[in-house]
Design a protein around this ligand. Structure first.
Ligand code: SF4
Length: 366
């Protein structure tokens, strides 16, 4: 039986905020707000103890689901591991104690800045002081889940990246993660992204400073690259291993191909717009293992699996490249080997990714 490592489960597509950069806000005319049915959820339960993690997060705020705690408890009772991403508006003292009682393994809290002015203007409807109070309460409970602060990097909040690390330390959180604004449905959202084809030197300095601060304060810091790469074998959604389950129980490779929209939805890639139809492999109610073995899942996952396999073969072939003999030349040797590896990769030619992925920023390591 082939099962995913990580399942990301969209418990709701509803949200009480109106974040300026969020697909839910900008696509509101075609958005469908819904909660996951218990029946759909329970079809996952027989598998959870074989899955590394069930992450409760979708294009909505999970704490709005009236049965969120029941779902998490059911996963834990069956020997699964469970985590959550939340905007922390409803993560009050009662909710935090409940998360600890159930035994959540990770709680990730989204912010859009380290200063109230920035966060509150980007995450319309949220208040940084409330998020901080709720995060701090959770962090001081014992035992408690790992707590991560997540901030999508955007032009208006880049200056606050180092400050975010200090904030995490002050609140008692364990980690800071800063991904890119990787899904851009409109030109207005695209204008906010911090990444680009050539690196912004000030942003690079801010990232280095945030990393330095993380080391100094003992906070783990994970910041995504601001420049695209063309040697990514598989995006970090890891569609060969992981699965995304939508609010209607559809199994998809990632959140970016199955937005909860009535019709096709837009995606901008370096300024070029396209309309995407919603894509999924099938319904989880048909059986998680069965869907992963069907004629839609196999070719999609197989395309990435072949890329990984080709790279392994290339590396094996390259093992014959002689290493440089002296200590002094180690760096030169590394550079040379890397260049040769890349050249060999280009000659061998990587199998193409699924066509749906070719215009996705995640495929370029962003
Ligand atoms: S490359 Fe993009 S669209 Fe393709 S699986 Fe990864 S995240 Fe999804």
């Amino acid at each position: 039986m082939r099962l995913p490592r990580i399942v990301q489960l969209e418990v709701t597509t509803a949200c009480q905020l109106r974040c300026t950069f969020c697909a839910r806000t900008v696509l509101k005319n075609q958005w469908v707000s819904a909660h996951l049915d218990w029946e759909v959820f329970s079809s996952l339960l027989p598998f959870v103890r074989h899955i590394k993690l069930v992450h409760l997060q979708g294009w909505g705020e999970p704490l709005l689901h009236p049965q969120l705690w029941d779902m998490a408890a059911a996963i834990k009772q069956r020997g699964g591991r469970v985590s959550l991403t939340t905007n922390a508006v409803l993560l009050d003292e009662v909710a935090s104690r409940e998360a600890c009682r159930i035994g959540f393994d990770l709680v990730a809290i989204s912010v859009a800045g380290a200063l109230a002015e920035t966060n509150d203007s980007l995450r319309v409807g949220s208040r940084l002081d409330q998020i901080c109070a709720n995060t701090s309460y959770l962090c001081h409970l014992k035992p408690r889940p790992k707590v991560t602060l997540i901030m999508q990097m955007m032009k208006p909040n880049m200056e606050e990246l180092p400050e975010l690390v200090t904030l995490a330390k002050n609140l008692g959180a364990d980690e800071v993660v800063a991904p890119n604004l990787d899904y851009t449905p409109t030109p207005e959202v695209a204008a906010l992204r911090a990444f680009g084809l050539s690196p912004n030197s000030n942003y690079i300095k801010l990232i280095e400073e945030a990393k330095r601060k993380g080391k100094e304060l003992g906070i783990k810091v994970h910041i995504y690259s601001l420049t695209p790469r063309n040697d990514v074998l598989m995006c970090d959604a890891e569609p060969v291993h992981n699965i995304w389950i939508t609010v209607w129980g559809e199994m998809a490779p990632c959140p970016y191909v199955a937005l909860p929209c009535r019709n096709d939805f837009p995606r901008l890639f370096w300024g070029k717009e396209e309309q995407l139809p919603r894509f999924s492999f099938g319904k989880v109610t048909e059986g998680l293992d069965r869907v992963l073995d069907n004629e839609r899942a196999r070719p999609f996952q197989g395309a990435f699996a072949r890329r990984l396999q080709t790279d392994k073969l290339t590396i094996l072939a390259d093992a014959a490249i002689p290493s440089m003999p002296t200590l002094m030349s180690r760096f030169v040797a590394f550079q040379k080997t890397l260049a040769e590896l890349n050249a060999r990769r280009q000659t061998v030619g990587l199998p193409p990714p699924p066509s749906l992925c070719q215009n996705c920023y995640k495929l370029y390591g962003l």
